[in-house]
Design a protein. Structure first.
Length: 341
């Protein structure tokens, strides 16, 4: 009833530079829930980088060490739904709050989904305060750092920053090799070293894909009664790389562009007319038009609530500047490279 997945444990969570801070903070929290300054512990990062896994691992370890403590893992979507159900029935809002306020270690996954849900945010605020005041541990995950979260009340955001925010990044080559080997070992399959290296070299952005490739490889070679050949691995990796290219989102483009210019997302989306920020914003619009299927209107609304004419103007400006300004062309080339992983 903790909703924990025992396979998502620390032993199966390979350590690397990309996750060292989050992993060790998670360990510290698991060994002393509520007793460290990492409260809340906020784990954030892109899709498929291990947030859910790490969040479970903390819970699993707490349960192991302190069997009497109540641990609860809940996705934010489920939390929102439960809250909705509770308020529909008379006075069950209090029961809902009490239920959550009894928990020793509360893990809430993908907290960014609270965005715009003011009523549920209020309820979460009350729960959070009660738990925190009583030395209970809160663990949160999010796809963004608290500073970049939108439509979440300031008082909640400031609490998210009370403890420690640890980013999970894309794993480096070594870590990808370790993840692959651990995964294959658990599945009891042997794959030639060169195939493992090939996969690790080409699938760089997220662990879920790395695992997807392994699953396909195992299925395909069993189906064709073939060896785990490099040729087969190449076909599978090719398919994955093509699929991910299609999946670039406006959100992702904005992140890449902000990071490239070393400005934060809020600044990129702000109304400021500072030249370098305007250019960054226009580049985000240009690449969104080029690489996603989103309409001009939708791109505009996602990049700081602009209209479609602004996006169209941005695309033209970028085309012009690329043709006339060498430095600007370099920006376009650099960002293109970063977006075509
Ligand atoms: P997120 O919640 O960030 O989208 P998940 O936690 O669902 O990502 O991770 C996606 C998959 O990758 C899961 O199957 C998880 O076990 C695996 N994974 C992620 N990071 C690691 C790691 N460091 N070691 C081993 N497996 C990992
Ligand atoms: Mg997740």
């Amino acid at each position: 009833e903790s909703n924990l997945n025992p396979n998502y444990c620390f032993e199966n969570f390979m350590e690397g530079e990309s996750n060292r801070l989050g992993r060790s903070a998670g360990m510290a929290v698991a060994n002393k829930p509520g007793g460290t300054s990492f409260n809340p512990l906020m784990i954030y990062g892109g899709v498929g980088l291990g947030k859910t896994h790490l969040a479970h691992a903390i819970g699993v370890q707490v349960k192991d060490k302190y069997p009497d403590k109540t641990v609860l893992y809940v996705s934010t979507e489920k939390f929102i739904q439960q809250y909705g159900d509770a308020v529909l029935k008379n006075n069950n809002r209090n029961d809902f709050l009490h239920f959550y306020q009894m928990i020793d270690v509360l893990i809430v996954d993908d907290i960014q989904f609270l965005s715009g849900k003011t009523k549920t945010q209020d309820a979460f605020f009350q729960i959070f305060n009660e738990l925190h005041q009583n030395g209970k541990q809160v663990i949160l995950t999010s796809d963004k750092a608290p500073v970049d979260m939108q439509d979440i009340e300031q008082r909640l955001l400031s609490r998210f920053k009370w403890g420690l925010s640890a980013e999970l990044q894309a794993p480096d080559y070594e870590t990808r090799i370790n993840i692959l080997k651990n995964r294959l070992y658990r599945d009891g399959v042997e794959v030639p070293e060169e195939v493992i290296e090939f996969i690790a070299k080409h699938i760089k952005t997220n662990v879920r894909e790395l695992e997807g490739v392994v699953t396909s490889l195992i299925a395909q070679s069993a189906f064709n009664k073939k060896e785990f050949s490099l040729t087969l691995a190449k076909t599978i990796v090719d398919k994955f790389v093509k699929n991910t290219k299609k999946e670039v989102s406006v959100d992702y483009i904005q992140k890449v562009v902000s990071k490239y210019f070393e400005i934060d997302l809020a600044t990129l989306q702000s109304k400021t007319r500072k030249r370098h920020i305007v250019q960054a914003r226009q580049l985000a619009m240009y690449f969104s038009k080029k690489l996603t299927k989103s309409s001009l209107a939708s791109i505009g609304s996602q990049i700081g609530k602009r209209d479609h004419a602004t996006v169209l103007h941005a695309c033209k400006t970028v085309d012009n500047l690329t043709a006339t300004d060498k430095q600007f062309k370099k920006y376009v080339d650099d960002i293109s490279k970063k977006l075509s992983f």
